[in-house]
Design a protein around this ligand. Structure first.
Ligand code: ATP
Ligand code: MG
Length: 363
């Protein structure tokens, strides 16, 4: 059993005013693939380095498989790590690089050879086994670092942006390979990325970080569909969630939201916010678009039309506020054209304009 319990980890680098890790707590189940997602500088690497023992926490605890490792030196933690800057040994061949951790652990020669061949095959490094890192591309070097990390039977696998140096196509195929691989080896994994697509694709759960804190940690589609804050809604999704400002009205048992003159039906659960300003969050792909004034649809004016290949993206003005709508690839529109938009009530999300947090609504 290698479950991980990170509790209340704090870390402020000397001379820095704000903490890089601000009271972070996170539990990872045995065999789980947990993705840490957040913008540059939010503290992802810092958290990972504290788990690895490369950085000392100011306070807090890290328990791995029931063992308190908070103050253990890195080599006593039995973790395997792929660094953000792929650290491979320049004077060892690819094969020796991959075998390094196994040899350190005194693993049998035959097993080493078999595991090296397995990892090299998986990461398409077979043709390069006798080369030195200087003779490889950045992406190949990064794959060597991943191969080296996955061959050892570590309790916990830590990966810090292992795909960041791969080109788009390789990244895509490698992502799928990695997903297959981790489910096969079943090692508990903490994986860092600032790529939201990668996070959604790979994670059993995704922890979204900002300013040294975890804002939300849940299954990928829950984080995507029900962002806990406006920040999470804007960070996940391309294009991000739309946010419109409005005011709640409730009368005679019907609840509405007034978006600058346009009244949309709102769930009755929002009635307790009557008279208050709210922010309405709605994903671009959940908005239905049509040329006809269907019942319940609201008129909007197209400002930008962008064909994206698999879909089209329409920037439109609705009651004086701009929003983005994703429509099927065959849909056509021109700037200035009037289109009718339907926002499905069950896909609407509600936020506090001051805190940016999701409103607590009665079920
Ligand atoms: N050795 C250090 N000394 C001082 N400040 C540091 C050090 N390492 C990181 N920081 C600061 O701590 C904060 C968190 O950095 P960290 O490297 O953990 O971010 P990150 O989320 O991994 O970002 P990125 O996506 O760019 O890799 C940043 O503000 C950074 O400037
Ligand atoms: Mg980093």
């Amino acid at each position: 059993m290698t479950d991980v319990s990170i509790s209340r980890l704090c870390k402020t680098y000397p001379g820095q005013g704000t903490p890089a890790s601000d009271d972070v707590s996170l539990d990872i189940a045995d065999g789980e693939f947990l993705v840490l997602l957040g913008p540059s500088g939010c503290g992802k690497t810092t958290l990972m380095r504290m788990v690895a023992g490369l950085e000392l926490a100011d306070s807090g605890r890290v328990i791995v498989g029931g063992r308190d490792i908070t103050y253990l030196p890195p080599r006593e933690r039995n973790l395997s790590m792929v660094f953000q800057s792929y650290a491979v040994f320049p004077h060892r061949t690819v094969a020796d690089n991959i075998a390094f951790g196994l040899r350190m652990r005194g693993v049998d020669r035959e097993v080493v050879a078999r595991k090296v061949a397995w990892a090299a095959d998986l990461l398409q490094l077979g043709p390069y086994l006798q080369r030195y890192p200087a003779q490889l591309s950045g992406g190949q070097r990064q794959r060597v670092a991943v191969a080296r990390a996955i061959v050892v039977d570590a309790d916990l696998l830590l990966m810090d942006e292992p795909l960041s140096n791969l080109d788009a196509l390789l990244r895509l195929s490698f992502r799928a390979e990695l997903k297959k691989l981790v489910s096969e080896i079943g090692t508990t994994t903490l994986y860092v990325t600032h790529d939201q697509v990668e996070a959604l694709s790979l994670g059993d759960r995704v922890a979204v970080m900002r300013d040294g804190r975890i804002i939300q940690c849940d299954q990928p589609m829950t984080v995507y569909d029900d962002p806990a804050t406006e920040f999470v809604g804007s960070f996940l999704g391309s294009p991000p969630m739309n946010f419109l400002s409005g005011r709640v009205h409730g009368s005679n048992g019907s609840t509405q939201v007034d978006l600058g003159g346009l009244h949309l039906p709102a769930p009755s659960r929002l009635a307790s916010y009557a008279g208050r300003e709210v922010r309405l969050g709605v994903r671009p792909e959940t908005i239905a678009v049509s040329r006809e004034g269907d019942p319940g649809a609201s008129p909007s004016t197209v400002s930008v039309f962008e064909p994206l290949g698999s879909a089209v993206l329409i920037t439109a003005e609705l009651a004086g506020q701009e929003l983005k709508v994703a429509a099927p690839a065959s849909f056509r529109a021109s700037p200035g054209e009037r289109l009718w938009l339907t926002l499905a009530p069950e896909r609407m999300r509600w936020y506090d304009p001051e805190t940016g947090s999701a409103l607590e609504l009665a079920p």
